[in-house]
Write a new protein. Structure first.
Length: 400
């Protein structure tokens, strides 16, 4: 045991010197030292007596684990690529070994290590830059064979899977995974199975938190696209279509049992509505900058139950309540088209959609002054009176 303690000190010294760059240490040596330190600390936990562990041993072990996590955190930030990867894998494994599930044995409660938010963000950012960053042309040379490319892909998948385990064990705050969830469609061929498994596990942990994270993913993609296009969104562009497709896939992942996902889906839409109508200042007659995001929300309305759409406390009533803050809305202007799209998706049929767009956010007690709502017969009669065979729906398409 004394010899093992000496080995631990020597290996820790190597990692410390590599971080402080006091001497030039080969990257392979540093990476190996990190792996060995993980093995030593894992063995130290294994050899403790679960029923009556030595308090001094537990105190020393926790100190060593915290030190290793801090050392690896520094290597991830400042080390060379090969060292960064091994340090990342080691941190993920150590956080899982010394995760809160150790509380199952009260004697091990003092060994639990929880990373602070800054460490969690750096782990997430490492995944984004290592796995999902656009590859530079120099990364794969023309003479690189398929075996080399496959090896690189395997290593990237290993990094992503390690981060996924942190989500599965609730070690990383779920919302921090939003940028990774956002890559589901874009990187489907190489990493789609891992990202999907990550989201499935997140849904098992907490459906509402999962859908909030997915909403954040869509918001981030939306804002990124808007910034790239100088504040404008081309609703016919391929990039916009991909975001809508991602929203549709997120909704499908909510599961086949709408009752189980009911609260999560409603929360998704309520918070989405608030985001769409968010303003930096008071209403000035112009559409809110996020209004076009209603197109994204409309892609997920098929998962809503009718009572949650049009019930007394449904989303349509919530939408109208939020629109009251906007004052009078020029519903015929094209800039407000996404709002009409979403409202029509909630209402569900031609007559109700017409009345919803006609009345807008007018309170029910004032609607009586405007006459009775139109029925489908009224709509058909109006078409005949004006000699038209179609009417324009909220999505901007003409429906027979």
């Amino acid at each position: 045991l004394t010899d093992l303690a000496d080995v631990e000190r020597e290996i820790s010294s190597i990692i410390t010197k590599a971080n402080q760059m006091q001497v030039q240490i080969n990257d392979n040596i540093t990476a190996t030292a990190v792996m060995l330190m993980q093995a030593i600390l894992s063995w130290a936990l294994y050899r403790t007596n679960p029923s009556e562990p030595s308090k001094s041993e537990l105190k020393k072990l926790r100190k060593s684990v915290v030190q290793l996590v801090q050392q690896c955190d520094e290597l991830i930030q400042f080390g060379q690529p090969a060292v960064q990867k091994e340090a990342f894998i080691t941190v993920c494994d150590m956080l899982i070994i010394f995760a809160p599930q150790l509380k199952q044995n009260p004697n091990y409660a003092s060994l639990i290590v929880v990373p602070d938010r800054s460490v969690q963000i750096r782990l997430r950012d490492y995944v984004m830059t290592t796995v999902f960053a656009d590859e530079e042309p120099s990364q794969f040379q023309e003479d690189d064979d398929d075996e080399v490319k496959t090896e690189i892909l395997i290593e990237k998948r290993r990094v992503l899977a390690s981060f996924g385990k942190l989500i599965a064990f609730s070690i990383i705050e779920m919302r921090l995974a939003a940028p990774i969830f956002a890559q589901y469609v874009k990187s489907f061929q190489d990493y789609g199975d891992i990202v999907k498994a990550m989201m499935s596990k997140a849904r098992e942990l907490n459906r509402t938190k999962c859908m909030r994270t997915q909403l954040l993913s869509l918001e981030q993609l939306f804002e990124e696209l808007r910034d790239q296009n100088e504040g404008r969104i081309d609703r016919s562009s391929e990039e916009w279509t991909k975001i809508k497709d991602l929203a549709h896939r997120f909704a499908l992942m909510a599961g086949v049992d709408n009752y189980k996902s009911r609260q999560a889906v409603v929360t998704f839409h309520r918070e989405g509505i608030i985001y769409c109508l968010l303003r930096n200042g008071p209403p000035d007659g112009s559409p809110p900058s996020n209004l076009v995001f209603f197109d994204i929300l409309a892609e997920t309305t098929f998962k809503l139950m009718d009572i949650d759409k049009k019930g007394p406390k449904g989303l349509l009533a919530f939408l109208e309540e939020q629109l009251m803050k906007e004052g009078e809305i020029p519903e015929d202007e094209i800039e407000w088209g996404p709002l009409r799209t979403y409202r029509t998706a909630l209402v569900g049929n031609t007559a109700e959609a017409y009345n919803s767009m006609y009345y807008g956010s007018i309170p029910s007690n004032k609607r009586k002054m405007m006459g009775s709502p139109m029925t489908l017969v009224d709509v058909k009669r109006a078409r005949e009176d004006y000699g038209i065979d179609t009417w324009q729906s909220g999505s901007g398409n003409y429906v027979q």
